[in-house]
Ligand binder design. Structure first.
Ligand code: CP
Ligand code: NVA
Length: 303
């Protein structure tokens, strides 16, 4: 494993290894015997806003012995039109790894190719692999390590966004059932679904059907970064897909609600449900740190 560009390109074994290392690093937080990033500088190149991803990477890189360098595209020449290929070749000669948050998936692929640095996708329009690894770590903490085959996970909301797509690839690799509950026009097209090559991902326009007997019910904002102009239209389509008390009456006993945050109360989730499941939701946020340290350590050791 040289990069983390997507969940799609990982193998099931790579995911299991990252989760095992994430549990270990969480247990030994602050007293790591090895510092795999010692003497290294890792850049965080962000074109979109971030709280959790930025902070967890800056802290994680530091705790593993490295130095994080935050580069907003508002400040560097990339934001004024310098090509990603040139930016990557410059940084490739100076730093040791990169964490990129941007729009097009191709930009992180190009950066990895041109820089020849270990490169991590910190969210694109196509995928959010770091969040999914943190969520998988959280599910293993709650329900036991490797408990995937019998698990039903629901994703209720925008079935075609980065979170939904990363969940779909995770279901393909780990073999859990993933039920997407979304309006028909907010689901991936047939061409994408064919690549999933699995009957474990189920699509339904009925949120109740998706949530029925699910152990984990996930949601995310209806308006992803970059979609602000679609706000009015999307909100109308998504109102029946709110995660609320009525929907959760259909979930399995002992269920949990997951949200990658930031949350929009009264839209995709009610205040009541967000606060009821706050211990889980903020553990997901904390686990960004531990899951990403597993990714950083793995990539640094494979350089
Ligand atoms: N969940 C997540 O990626 O949060 P940020 O946008 O704050 O990084
Ligand atoms: N789907 C959301 C995730 C935010 C962490 C977005 O892309 O804005």
């Amino acid at each position: 494993m040289k990069n983390l560009l997507s969940i799609e390109e990982l193998t099931a074994q790579q995911i299991r290894d990252l989760l095992a290392l994430g549990h270990k690093l969480k247990a030994e937080r602050g007293r790591h015997a090895e510092l795999p990033l010692q003497g290294q500088t890792w850049a965080l190149i962000f074109s979109k806003s971030s709280t959790r991803t930025r902070v967890s990477f800056e802290v994680g890189i530091s705790e593993l012995g490295g130095r994080p360098m935050f580069l907003s595209t508002r400040d560097i020449q990339l934001g004024r039109g310098e090509p990603i290929s040139d930016t990557a070749r410059v940084l490739g000669r100076m730093i040791h790894g990169a964490v990129i948050r941007t729009y097009e998936q191709q930009e992180v692929v190009d950066f990895a190719n041109y820089s020849e640095l270990p490169t991590i996708n910190a969210l694109t329009d196509a995928e959010h692999p770091c969040q999914i690894l943190a969520d998988l770590l959280t599910i293993e903490e709650l329900y036991g390590v490797g408990s995937w085959k019998d698990m039903k996970i629901a994703f209720v909301g925008d079935g075609d966004n980065n979170m939904a797509r990363s969940w779909m690839w995770a279901a393909k690799h780990l073999g859990f059932t993933l039920a997407i509950g979304a309006p028909a026009q907010y689901m991936p097209d047939e061409a994408f679904r064919r690549h999933l090559d699995t009957d474990r991902v189920i699509f339904s326009t009925d949120p109740v059907e998706a949530a029925r007997n699910a152990t984990v019910i996930n949601t995310d904002t209806w308006i992803s970064m970059g979609q602000e102009s679609e706000k009015g239209t999307k909100e109308q389509h998504f109102l029946p897909y709110q995660v609320n008390r009525e929907l959760l009456a259909h979930a399995a006993s002992g269920h949990s609600v997951f949200h990658c945050l930031p949350a929009y109360r009264g839209m995709e989730i009610t205040e009541e449900i967000l606060e009821q499941f706050a211990p889980v939701i903020f553990t997901e946020a904390e686990n960004r740190l531990h899951a990403q340290k597993a990714v950083l350590a793995t990539l640094a050791n494979n350089r």
